[in-house]
Design a protein around this ligand. Sequence first.
Ligand code: MSP
Length: 526
Amino acid sequence: MSKRFYVTTAIDYVNGQPHLGHAYEKVITDVIARSHRAMGEETFFLTGTDEHGQKVQQAALAAGKTPQEYCDELAAIWQALAGRLGLSNDDFIRTTDPRHEAIIQAILAKLEQNGDFYQAPYHGYYSAKEETFLTEKDRREDGTFDPMWGPVTELVEENYYFRMGRHQQWLIDHLEANPDFVAPSYRRNEVLGFLRNNTLEDLCITRPKERLSWGIPLPFAPDYITYVWFDALVNYASLPGLRGDPVVIEALGPWLPQDGAFAPNPDLQLWPADIHVIGKDILKFHAVYWPIMLKAMGLPLPRQVLAHGWWQKDDERMSKTTGNVVDPIAVIEEWGLDAFRYYVTRELDIGPDGNWTDAGFAARYHAELANGLGNLVNRSLSMLNRYRQGIVPPPHDELRADVTSAVATVEGLLRGHSLQAALIAIWRLIDRVNQYVDQTAPFKLAKDAAQAGRLDEVLYNLAESCRILAVLLWPFLPETAGKIFAQLGLADTPDRWELSQWGGLAAGHQANKPVPLFPRRDQPAA
Ligand code: MSP
């Protein structure tokens, strides 16, 4: 067994409300996972929830529940979201999984033994809302802290620190030698700029238990709880580890419980991760602290941290307080899952920030999904049914070159994870085939018995183009791709790239009747 392509999303704070931003990240990661699988790579896609920390402890207390009960209820909502988004994730990690906790403790024990930690008093200001310490630099001109931090309290407490100094130079060297380690390149430059111009401060990796009990105790100092970010980042390696990934088990072996629960499984080679998909706000954790943690743990670094931008709605930050939030489930209920998946991937390239508008969504739905793709499939299959009782005529190659070249372009773009550009290329092909209908005018050919052969040719080219479009669309719009195959009367699933070879539809194959894929919603129902 060889190593699988391993792709992850950030794990969401369990106590947050799932919104467009979370859903976007999960959808683009799903498209990446599906396209790698379609191209024949064994793939593993992980997502999950980040469940420890002060906010969860406080919210559980306020709700009169134990933190675990509270997390169990909320994790179910996030797992349901993954289902509603059509994610093809292979597992779902929860940081309250006792096996994750055992791995965190193994890592802490190993790092303590290696001399990576020391104890020292901490003086500072603490934002419980953002679970972070603030410094004098965070004060505004008038001496106060931004209300986004919530109440800020002054603290003096003993804590454990992770030594960072010895790691700064090799990390700079690694970023310089591996230009793709952080993508897009402007995010890499940000990280390099930060590392070159600042001395990394040691990372405080504990909270005293008396202040925060909802977390993983240090194995060598049980009065301390592991800092939630240290705990959360490890999810990417702990899930492979708890499923027996040999690389993770090898690195942590002596520190793991020796009860046989962590036996290596040579069939599941995941680590190192190929891509961590994350939002730009958590880049420093992933491109600075996480590589350093891995190096200290003796594990290879991930191949890439891919940072996407942030969504706004109507040019404003989404926030629960203003009610300015896009609820992905509500959009999916109104417009369908694939309409949502299409809009977010088509509207926003991975990197820059994006802006959601309801009008923009409706416009793309009608122009690109209903008129572009939906109309093409509908008229191709209607004419095949009307003029040939749904029976596919003999193969013909008129659109072969156009389709084959589009397939090659889309393949290259998918391999480079240029999802938006891949959709643009697919729609260029859709427009080309729609034009072909207008140019060849099969409805006119059908009126002239002498043109029966020409009509056969056109109908074949249309049906075969629709079939291949389904294969190209699969990573993005799996439901729709499946419907196109079903309407073509194909029992297969369009989930393998090799199905995009021209000529797959055989003469005499019986297609089904079309059903509109994206009904228009701007006219009263007929
Ligand atoms: N729990 C941490 C991540 C730990 S990963 C080891 C966290 N959680 S979060 O729920 O706040 O965010 C989860 C992901 O959603 C992050 O990658 C974040 O960037 C992304 N988004 C949250 N709001 C967003 C937008 N408005 N737009 C796009 N993505 C956004 O951070």
